[in-house]
Design a binder for this molecule. Sequence first.
Ligand code: C2E
Ligand code: CA
Ligand code: CA
Ligand code: CA
Length: 274
Amino acid sequence: AKTDGRGRARTFTRSMLVVLEQREMLRRGLRSALQEGQFFVEYQPLVKTSSSIAGFEALLRWRHPLVGIIPPNVFIPMAEADGLMSEIGQWLLERACQAAITWPPHFTLAVNLSPAEFLHEGLTDRVAQTLDLVGIRADRLELEITESVLLERTINNLDTLNTLNVLGVRISLDDFGTYYSSLSYLKNFPFDTIKIDQYFIKDLEADEKSQTIVRSIIALAHGLGMNVTAEGVETGGQAAWLQKEGCDRLQGYFLGFPMPAEAIGAFLRKSPAG
Ligand code: C2E
Ligand code: CA
Ligand code: CA
Ligand code: CA
């Protein structure tokens, strides 16, 4: 094959073009995806270290008619950029609350908020209305935000978090330890839970640095009166270590994969934890 520099450059350009065209196609499709009923929600168990189920986290998926299932890391940034995420998020919140009222009444529902959703002016009203409409207790809802959400508009952010707090909604700090990890957030904002990012969990068994970091985050959270959830728990060894170190809740493939709402009943019957 003729693989001179020009040939390679041309091939590279073409594949880049294909990627761009695919992105454009996805972006166009995103505009009508909600109306077309292409979004669905999966639920991943959150498990107490005593091994009983604490609740589920709602995770958004897009079933594209041509491409198939597209992961949220691909389409959520596009939806954010095009101003669509607030509406999609509202749909998910309602949907997930409707699923959660069919669960045992002590189960919590965790819902992620992207920056655009959190910064949306109507957020707190919408959350209050949705809880009211569905008839679900506010303290069963946990909203997960990342530190990146808090970078701007600090005063208003505090207002928003305080309003949610007054409603009785729980707030989790997601992906802790990645982003900018300014500890001032922990001092200034009313979080109920810190979620340790899976980056620190994946090497836990072999890597002493990860162990030291995770141990410190657990101590920090507990010292501040917060709970800790470890995410991305994939092995029994990781689960046992985290349990020994006093982590409150575990989430990850070892405890359960994300599943459709209809599969939760069977999961709970099967699970010794249910
Ligand atoms: P996240 O909130 O940190 O969610 C955890 C991600 O890790 C999920 O990916 C989940 O499927 C995956 N995961 C769970 N257990 C394991 C494990 O043991 N090992 C590994 N390797 N991965 C695991 P997913 O569903 O692809 O979601 C990716 C991200 O997209 C989420 O990260 C969240 O930031 C965002 N996202 C998902 N659903 C929503 C939503 O409804 N609204 C908003 N705003 N963001 C969402
Ligand atoms: Ca999350
Ligand atoms: Ca996370
Ligand atoms: Ca993440």
